[in-house]
Ligand binder design. Structure first.
Ligand code: SAM
Length: 383
């Protein structure tokens, strides 16, 4: 699709370039804010999975820039924004960047260090693995990313703080909702107007962080696991066993953004002229510095699939596991994975033998690049 044609078909893509946003995703966060007022009182924020940086730009423009230009501003008093991604990104005013994997315990440590003993008021996470188009698979990997984000949240978010995370709607949505409810009394799943109806993405807007009494971060896995077991957890009122039948939870879903505003699923004609000159399609504001597809292509060229086809002892069971996910045989999925692993706290822990909603990313096993679409596809097609 050419730039001008994309400008017609995707109004938010066009508007993002006109308004200087690096990605159309900026509008999603802005529309969530219109509904939930998420930036009110925020002095410290974390942007997880931030590249190419449009959400960090929103944080900068909403928090840092106004404070910086205020006559009363003092350097030590300016909002602190920390952004993390696997990919590097071009600098943004007032945003500290960390390149790292959010499923890695060391990344959480780096973020905590930046806050120097203070806690964040807001954590946002727009993380997405490269989408394979296989909804089950995408939803599963996405939920692992959110749970990794939740681990960071339990370390850096202040009581009363907010957490916004991208989710993929699917059959595990109720489970994820119940897990988030353990920590936030108000959880709403929101669909901003700029997010296409055809996309399974939505956003969990979690307000008023209130971890269970006596909560210890080391117990996170255990707590989340309890929500996902048939008996549920005995002393938590969001417990609903397998969340099926009579136990099924009602999830508040909300469309947000000006409903009379632009519709992301519609085409809009291009303006015939702008300031008296004929319309010129604009270039993207900031092309990615090191897009993951480049690495994937290079690796593919270099190895001619040796990496995948070389019967690496770790890759082969994963390939089989992916195939089983495709066949909806989730029960068998985790039994193919190693029996022990290092969890997010860096401790040696047993790998779950049952499919459980634990914050363990496949990349965590160190055998796949989480953002490599080629790898995902190749692994799925592995024979
Ligand atoms: C949809 S993009 C984020 C867009 C961003 N919010 C913006 O507005 O520009 C998803 C990002 O998630 C990142 N990502 C995926 N898995 C990750 C992980 N395990 N750790 C850190 N970042 C990750 C990808 O590198 C990608 O940049």
């Amino acid at each position: 699709m050419g730039k001008a044609s994309k400008d017609k078909r995707d109004i938010y893509y066009r508007k993002a370039k006109e308004e200087g946003w690096r990605a159309r995703s900026a509008f999603k966060l802005l529309q969530i804010d219109e509904e939930f007022d998420i930036f009110r009182g925020v002095k410290r924020a974390v942007d997880l999975c931030a590249a190419p940086g449009s959400w960090s730009q929103v944080l900068s423009r909403k928090l840092y820039v106004p404070a910086k230009s205020s006559p009363e501003s003092r350097d030590g008093d300016l909002p602190l924004i920390v952004a993390i991604d696997l990919q590097p990104m071009a600098p943004i005013d007032g945003v500290i960047q960390v390149q790292g994997d959010i499923t890695n315990a060391r990344t959480a440590e780096v973020v905590i260090k930046h806050f120097d003993g203070c806690k964040a008021d807001l954590v946002v996470c727009d993380g997405a693995p490269d989408v394979t188009g296989l909804h089950d698979m995408d939803e599963f990997v996405q939920s692992q990313l959110i749970l990794a984000a939740l681990t960071i949240v339990t370390h850096v978010l202040r009581v009363g703080g907010k957490f916004v995370a991208k989710i993929f709607r699917g059959k595990d949505t109720s489970l994820l909702y119940s897990q988030l409810k353990l920590f936030f009394p108000n959880v709403t799943f929101a669909k901003p107007k700029s997010s296409r109806n055809s996309s399974i993405e939505a956003f969990a807007v979690c307000e008023n962080y209130s971890p269970p009494e006596g909560f210890n971060q080391k117990d996170l896995y255990h707590l989340l696991e309890k929500v996902g077991t048939p008996c549920g957890s005995d002393n938590l009122d969001c417990s609903s066993g397998w969340l099926e039948g009579a136990n099924k939870v009602y999830i508040p879903f909300l469309a947000c953004g000006d409903l009379n505003g632009y519709d992301s699923d519609r085409s809009y004609p291009l303006p015939s002229s702008v300031n008296g000159s004929s319309y010129q399609s604009l270039d993207p504001v900031q092309p990615p510095i090191a897009p993951p597809y480049k690495t994937a292509i290079e690796l593919k060229k270099a190895s001619s699939h040796e990496y995948l086809r070389g019967a690496t002892s770790k890759v082969q069971p994963l390939a089989e596991a992916f195939r089983l996910v495709l066949e909806n045989r989730r029960n068998t999925f985790t039994t193919l994975l190693p029996t022990r692993h290092k969890n997010l706290m860096g401790d040696d822990a047993p790998f779950p033998l049952e499919p459980k909603p634990l914050p363990i990313s496949l990349s965590f096993l160190g055998v796949i690049e989480p953002t490599s679409e080629l790898y995902m596809k190749d692994i799925i097609g592995f024979s």
